[in-house]
Design a protein around this ligand. Structure first.
Ligand code: DGJ
Length: 735
């Protein structure tokens, strides 16, 4: 009522008019989390619009008042703010749904039928809203799954057809949102192989800004399906309205950001409809992937902590569990190894103190041995020259050395130089009448084909059945899809335009079956680096490989950007020989994620070995805080000489602060104290430097007691500089 009292008289009349005339037919549906609300409402024609997005109002009854104040009350209601914009009827905006009906008609309308809410425990509510086309037997159910405490919304659609003939879905978005605001700033990411996650922030102006990919087997090579969106002003870590959004789909995606004539923002996100008209037979339905987002009025830090909490609890396989540290042989040996060499590496892994040894590419194929990346992919029998006693022997040898054993596979792919290709050319994605086009000398197998799905499942199943002690899988996928064409779809008289979607669905079927039989084995999701980093794949994987670029300086930036969307325990970070930084720096950077090694341990000098052993032990002592704690990004390396970030336990009794120098200009370093976050102002803490290189001394006084208030207000200087390029601090409560 306050709002009404403050409102000018003419507007008041208008409000009441709008309210009264539509009173009989209007349905208001608030989708709420602890802090936020998305409110949908029908108009007199039963069209469903978004009337509110943002901080939740104290009184839900007042959402009704919002739409009446909107500039769209002038008769344009729904033109822009439709909750799921249909094409070809009354709307002329970019559609969420575009259908060609069985009779060839291309128009669709959607009106509200009913809705229901289902509670799943004390924190999760699913609201489903049924819409239908009044003229054609097509229905859409919009799903909004809210995770209240985490302020996360997962949104998807289910499109059903009861038409007598086949219809075609020309566009079929997961989510259609509408954000009121003054200005919008979109942070999206660009990159390519080994250069993932370069952020760019731009103010959105009139027109449509599209983020998309058309890669087939993966979502990302040049642009990932994740973004940040600031409202009114660019948000900081601690201030401003910001939405973090990501599409849970491991294939082609498309997100349309459209600033409309009222300067509000429309967002339509989902599978890319590029070359992907999807046929839907009578009685069939199409479930879109989930678009996942969180909104905060308190900056990016809170938003990403919300997303991490959600992801660990509800999404990532074993998200609240533990992870294995490992030694990988990829950069240590590439394809050049044998049993003896590997046995030596097992012992090295043990000496280092890691949990597991990971055997990478090159262990398989005989007719065309996998001695480089030009041959053998697809022939998953142990190479008898390198491994005459098979994988079983290696697993045993590793066990004898006191270390677990994991193995690399790339089961979706084939080299033309392979027995698999010779035997099953029809399993390969290629245009029969065109020259083949390769990425890394290989082609994807056609996962729309159930036989291929069984083959891929069989590779893993055989490994596990024959070697039940295999403790880890690295699943790689190095090629994108050129020449998209499926012999299977052709043979079965299905549409080629299904291929991009059916490939990804085929992949998920395999992963589903695999997880039904092997629910726990940790698996790393790799796609020539970060090609597949999304929340659908992470239902099946415990972690991902952010990039083949392991130069620690680059990794500081990349891991920083990934951290907006994905918690640290999912980011595999290995110490390698990339870059010019000293071992201490490389190790400290890897501790920002899930620590692993890909070095020749026997090449380490005595001090480096001693330091590395100590690092693994240090990591084991802090990993619980890094993996399960709250992340605060304190000093942004993009704007400063150094980066600083902090992980704090939920009860604020312990925090780990990691700082990295990223510039060497003009005596770069931390001149000032860094204001910490995530502590308890009333608690007392001591500060201790961890992971010092042997014989070096820390300037940090361990006996000094600080209040949380001091550390968060005056701050603490980690003393990062050219002589101390990386610093890890532990902040421990004194009880
Ligand atoms: C690409 C991956 O990103 C690397 O880590 C390594 O596994 C190679 N493939 C092996 O071929």
């Amino acid at each position: 009522m306050n709002l009404l009292r403050r409102t000018a008289f003419p507007l008041l009349l208008l409000v009441l008019h709008a309210f009264c005339s539509a009173a009989q037919t209007k349905v208001t549906i608030p989708i709420e989390t602890a802090q936020n609300a998305l409110v949908l409402q029908t108009d007199q024609d039963k069209h469903l619009s978004i009337i509110y997005f943002g901080k939740k109002l104290a009184q839900a009854s007042e959402y009704d008042l919002v739409s009446a104040q909107s500039r769209q009350r002038d008769g344009n209601a729904g033109i822009y703010n439709s909750a799921y914009t249909p094409a070809g009827s009354w709307s002329i905006s970019e559609p969420a749904l575009q259908v060609t009906h069985a009779d060839g008609n291309k128009s669709t309308d959607l009106v509200y039928v009913n809705h229901q809410t289902t509670r799943e425990g004390d924190n999760v509510v699913v609201t489903s809203i049924q819409l239908k086309d009044p003229a054609y037997a097509v229905e859409v159910t919009l799903f909004y799954k809210t995770y209240s405490r985490e302020n996360v919304v997962e949104q998807w659609s289910l499109i059903k057809s009861a038409e007598k003939g086949e219809i075609t879905l020309n566009k079929y978005a997961s989510a259609n949102l509408y954000f009121p605001g003054k200005d919008f700033y979109l942070t999206h990411y660009n990159g390519t192989w080994a250069r993932e996650m370069n952020p760019e922030e731009e103010q959105l102006t009139a027109g449509i800004r599209v983020l998309d990919s058309k890669l087939g087997t993966r979502a990302n090579l040049f642009q990932p399906p994740s973004f940040q969106l600031s409202f009114d002003n660019p948000a900081t870590e601690t201030e401003g309205k910001v939405l973090l959004g990501t599409l849970a789909w491991s294939g082609n995606f498309r997100m349309d950001f459209e600033v409309d004539s009222y300067h509000n923002l429309r967002l339509i996100a989902g599978i890319n409809n590029y070359a992907s008209e999807y046929p839907l037979g009578p009685g069939k339905d199409f479930k879109t992937p989930s678009f996942i987002y969180t909104f905060s009025e308190n900056g990016k830090g809170e938003a990403s902590r919300n997303l991490h909490n959600w992801a660990r609890k509800y999404r990532i396989l074993d998200g609240e569990g533990s992870r294995l540290t490992l030694l990988n042989n990829w950069e240590a040996t590439y394809f050049d190894f044998n049993e003896e060499k590997l046995s030596g590496l097992f012992k090295d892994g043990k000496k280092l103190g890691v949990d597991l040894f990971l055997l990478d590419d090159g262990w398989f194929a005989n007719k065309y041995p996998r001695n480089d990346d030009r041959a053998g992919l697809g022939d998953w029998q142990e190479n008898v020259k390198k491994l005459p006693h098979g994988i079983g022997y290696l697993v045993k040898e590793a066990k004898n050395a006191g270390i677990k054993f994991g193995i690399w596979v790339e089961p979706e792919m084939v080299n033309p130089k392979s027995e698999l290709y010779e035997k099953h050319p029809d399993w390969v994605i290629r245009q029969p009448q065109r020259p083949e086009h390769y990425m890394r000398n290989q082609l994807p197998l056609d996962l729309s084909n159930p036989e291929v799905q069984n083959f891929v499942f069989g590779i893993l199943d055989k490994l596990f059945t024959e070697n039940p002690d295999i403790a880890y899988i690295k699943w790689d996928c190095n090629a994108i899809t050129f020449n998209a064409h499926s012999a299977y779809l052709e043979k079965n008289k299905q549409k080629q335009s299904q291929l991009y979607v059916d490939y990804v669905r085929g992949l998920y079927k395999v992963l589903e079956k695999l997880r039904a039989k092997y629910p726990k084995v940790p698996m790393m999701l790799c796609s020539g680096g970060g090609g597949r980093v999304d929340y659908e794949a992470l239902k099946y994987f415990t972690e991902f490989w952010p990039s083949d670029n392991t130069d620690p300086l680059e990794r500081v930036f990349m891991q920083w950007e990934y951290s907006y969307f994905f918690p640290a325990l999912t980011q595999s970070a290995h110490v390698t020989d990339w870059g010019k930084q000293p071992l201490k720096f490389r190790t400290d950077v890897a501790m920002m994620g899930k620590l692993g090694y890909d070095i020749v341990v026997s090449h380490l000098n005595e001090k480096d070995l001693q330091f590395s052993q100590q690092s693994v032990a240090t990591y084991n002592a802090i990993k619980d805080v890094v993996w399960h704690g709250d992340l605060y990004r304190l000093i942004d390396p993009k704007k400063n000489d150094f980066a600083s970030l902090l992980f704090a336990t939920k009860n604020k009794d312990r925090a780990i602060v990691l700082s990295y120098l990223v510039s060497n200009r003009n005596g770069a370093g931390s001149d000032m104290a860094v204001r910490l976050q995530g502590l308890d102002a009333g608690k007392k803490y001591k500060v201790k430097e961890l992971n010092l290189y042997p014989d070096s001394k820390s300037p940090v006084r361990e006996d000094q007691v600080y209040s949380g208030d001091f550390l968060m207000t005056a701050g603490f200087n980690p003393v990062v500089n050219a002589r101390r390029a990386s610093v890890i601090l532990e902040i421990l409560e004194i009880k």
